[in-house]
Design a protein around this ligand. Structure first.
Ligand SMILES: Cc1cc2nc3c(=O)[nH]c(=O)nc-3n(C[C@H](O)[C@H](O)[C@H](O)COP(=O)(O)OP(=O)(O)OC[C@H]3O[C@@H](n4cnc5c(N)ncnc54)[C@H](O)[C@@H]3O)c2cc1C
Length: 378
C-alpha cells in the first residue's frame, strides 16, 4: 500500500485509541444492535467519554479543537470493523458544525458540550417524502406566531431519527421564495406535536436507526431558529461538502476492510485442490481491486488535505463522493464474488458491507446530483 502522508504521529496515536474503542465497544455489540435496529445509548456515552465525538469543537464547547483528520480517523476505524450502525459521524461532523457555525452563543453553550459528551444524540432532517434531491422543494413550514414559530410537515429517512434528542429541521419560512425561503430550526425531541414514525426497515445499515418524523403544530421559540431566517439554504450549501467528504472517507475504509477480509478468505478457501488465491482470475481481480483502492484512497486523502486547508471546493467534494462511493460498490461487489455463496450470507462481513454500501450512492446527494454539481462548473 502507498504510505499515507495525510496523517502525522499524533493522528496515529489517536487512531490507536479509536481502533481499540471500536474493537472493544462497537464490534462485539454490532450483531445485537442490528437485531434491535439501533445502537445503545450507552455506546454513545462511551464514545463521548472516549473523546471520539465532535473532536473538532473548540475546547470551551467540549471538543479537542483538532482538525478534520481526527474525524476522518474515527470514520475510518468504524469502517474497518464493518460497523455501519453508529451514526457518530452524522452527529459530530454534520450536525455539530451547523450549530458551531451558525448557532447563537446560547445555543452553542447549551448543546455542543452535551453532544461532545454523548449525552445528547442529534439528527438533521432535510429529506421529505416528496423532496430529497430537490431540497428547495421541501414543504415543511415554520410560520411565525408572536415570539414563536409553529412547525408543520413531515420528514423521512432521518438517520439517528429514533434516538435523537435534538433535530435540525429544514423548513420553509417563506413558501413563495423557493431556496431563499428556507430556514433551519433546532427542535428538541420532547416538543409537543413532534412524533417519530417507525424505525424504517432498510436493505442494509441495520444497526442504524432511520426514521420518519412528523411535526404537528410544533411550537418552538424564536431562539430555536439557527442562524438567520431564510438563510438556511446557503448554510446547507456551505456544510454539504464536509458531509460528502465524510461519505467518501467511509467508502474508502469500507472497501479496504472488504479487500482485507477477501484476501484472507481466498487464501483459506480451496477449489480444485488448491487455494482459490492461486487461481489467476483471483489474483488478477485482487490486483484490480487493490489498484482501485489505492487510487480512491489517494484521491480521498488529497481532498481531506484540501478540506483541512479550507480549500475543498463544492465540485471537488461532489467529485470525491461520486468516485469513492461508486468505487466502493464496484470493489465490494467483486469481494462478494470472490467469496462465492458465502459472500451472500449475512454472517460474512462482506455480505453486510455489500448491503451497507448501496445507500452511499444515494444519501448526501445521489451520484446523479453529484454529476450535476460537477458539470455546472465546466
Ligand atoms: C439510509 C438513509 C439515510 C438517510 N439519512 C438522511 C438524513 O439523516 N437526513 C436527511 O435529510 N436525509 C437522509 N436521507 C435521504 C437522502 O439524502 C435522500 O434519499 C437522497 O438525497 C435522494 O432523495 P430521494 O430519496 O427523494 O430521491 P429523488 O430525489 O426522488 O431521486 C430519485 C432518482 O432521481 C434522480 N434525480 C433526481 N433529481 C435529478 C436531477 N436533477 N438530475 C438527474 N437525476 C436526478 C436521483 O439521482 C435518483 O436516482 C437518507 C436516506 C437513506 C436511504
Amino acid at each position: 500500500m502507498i504510505p499515507r502522508s495525510v496523517y502525522n504521529q499524533e493522528h496515529d496515536m489517536f487512531r490507536d485509541a479509536v481502533r481499540k474503542f471500536m474493537q472493544r465497544e462497537v464490534a462485539p455489540y454490532h450483531d445485537e444492535w442490528e437485531k434491535q435496529g439501533h445502537i445503545s445509548r450507552e455506546a454513545w456515552k462511551k464514545a463521548g467519554d472516549a473523546g471520539i465525538l465532535c473532536t473538532h469543537l473548540p475546547e470551551e464547547y467540549g471538543g479537542s479543537n483538532v482538525d478534520f483528520r481526527y474525524s476522518a480517523i474515527a470514520i475510518e476505524e468504524q469502517g474497518y470493523v464493518f460497523a455501519s450502525g453508529p451514526g457518530f459521524s452524522l452527529h459530530s461532523d454534520i450536525v455539530a458544525p451547523y450549530i458551531l457555525h451558525y448557532g447563537s452563543e446560547q445555543q452553542k453553550q447549551h448543546w455542543l458540550p452535551k453532544m461532545a459528551a454523548g449525552d445528547v444524540i442529534t439528527a438533521i432532517a432535510m429529506t421529505e417524502p416528496g423532496a430529497g434531491s430537490d431540497l428547495a422543494g421541501v414543504r415543511t413550514t415554520a410560520i411565525k406566531d408572536g415570539d414563536d414559530y409553529i412547525i408543520n410537515g413531515s420528514k423521512t429517512f432521518i438517520t439517528n431519527g429514533q434516538l435523537a434528542d435534538l433535530v435540525i429541521v429544514v423548513a420553509k419560512t417563506d413558501s413563495s421564495a423557493g431556496a431563499k425561503g428556507v430556514s433551519l430550526f433546532l427542535v428538541e425531541g420532547d416538543r409537543a406535536g413532534f412524533q417519530r414514525g417507525q424505525n424504517l426497515d432498510k436493505v442494509g445499515m441495520k444497526a442504524q436507526d432511520t426514521s420518519e418524523l412528523f411535526f404537528d403544530n410544533v411550537r418552538v421559540p424564536q431562539t430555536n431558529l439557527l442562524g438567520q431566517e431564510n438563510a438556511g439554504f446557503i448554510y446547507l450549501m456551505q456544510e454539504l461538502p464536509q458531509e460528502r467528504l465524510s461519505v467518501a472517507i467511509i467508502a474508502a475504509a469500507a472497501a479496504r476492510a472488504c479487500y482485507d477480509a477477501t484476501l484472507d478468505y481466498v487464501k483459506e478457501r480451496k477449489a480444485f485442490g488448491k487455494p482459490i488465491a492461486a487461481l489467476q482470475n483471483t489474483r488478477f481481480k485482487l490486483a484490480e481491486i487493490l489498484t482501485e483502492l489505492e487510487v480512491t484512497q489517494t484521491y480521498v486523502d488529497r481532498c481531506l488535505e484540501l478540506h483541512c486547508q479550507g480549500q475543498l471546493s463544492v465540485e471537488a467534494a461532489a467529485s470525491v463522493k461520486l468516485w469513492a462511493t461508486e468505487a466502493q460498490c464496484r470493489i465490494i461487489d467483486e469481494c462478494v464474488q470472490l467469496h462465492g455463496g458465502y459472500g451472500y450470507m449475512w454472517e460474512y462481513p462482506v455480505a453486510r458491507a455489500y448491503a451497507d454500501a448501496r445507500v452511499q450512492r444515494i444519501y448526501a446527494g445521489t451520484s446523479e446530483i453529484m454529476k450535476e454539481i460537477i458539470s455546472r462548473s465546466l
